[in-house]
Design a protein around this ligand. Structure first.
Ligand SMILES: [Zn+2]
Length: 234
């Protein structure tokens, strides 16, 4: 066992200098001999990176198997209703959602968002088709999906067209949220045959207007903007 001549810390036989004070370790008995190999690994290990193609194959296999096995279970065992269509629909939706990430990364964002919206709308329509009443789909389901898709498209457009920061992104979001809430409330009221008024969504609208005014003030005043960025670390 050896110790550092400078600070007295206990040293491993493989060390060539003290890990604390970096004083070189010289053993007069071992001068000229090879120093023992370091007990620590020299090369950093790295796991092979998963290729996107392999991930795509895995996803396609899992989704196809899920759909096919549920269909068989539906046809052969629990055949009182076409419940497996709901599972197959979810698999198709998942495939559409993950398509730009896993299969073709060059898909334009507008197109993939539109495809997501269409997939969800078709899925909801299928549920409406399998259930006795489909009024909810035309009066609420489809308009909500259309509104959310449109909101995301607008958000994407703004993020590309204007210099996008967390503050301006938050501003876009707090403009879109109350508009969505107001539209949602009007649609629900129309569906349950009540007068078209804003109640709870008016509260959301008020809160969001206050936040929007504050955000616009911060964005316009450079000193305020810099101070907020400095304090929130962005
Ligand atoms: Zn030392």
């Amino acid at each position: 066992m050896s110790y550092c001549v400078n600070c007295g810390v206990e040293l491993d036989a493989s060390l060539r200098e003290c890990p604390l004070c970096h004083t070189p370790v010289i053993n007069p008995n071992e001068t000229g001999k090879n120093t023992p190999a370091s007990p620590y690994p020299v090369n950093k290990g790295q796991v092979e990176i998963v290729r996107r193609k392999d991930l795509g194959i895995l996803l396609a296999v899992v989704l196809t198997t899920t759909g096919a096995t549920c269909l068989l279970l539906n046809l052969l065992v629990f055949n009182h209703s076409l419940w497996s269509l709901l599972v197959i629909g979810i698999c198709i939706c998942l495939f559409v959602f993950t398509f730009p990430m896993v299969y073709y990364s060059k898909t334009p964002l507008y197109v993939s968002l539109l495809a997501d919206g269409v997939a969800v709308a078709v899925y909801l329509y299928m549920i409406a088709y399998l259930t006795p009443s489909s009024d909810w789909f035309w009066e609420l389901g489809l308009p909500i999906v259309a509104l959310v898709t449109m909101g995301m498209e607008v958000f994407t457009f703004l993020a590309k067209e204007i210099p996008f920061t967390i503050l301006s992104g938050a501003l876009c979001l707090f403009i879109e949220i109350p508009l969505f809430c107001a539209a949602l409330e009007l649609m629900i009221r129309r569906m349950i045959l009540k007068p078209l008024l804003l109640t709870w969504s008016a509260v959301v609208l008020t809160v969001c207007v206050i936040i929007d005014v504050a955000l616009i003030t911060i964005l316009v005043k450079k000193r305020l903007r810099n101070e907020v960025r400095r304090r929130l670390h962005f």
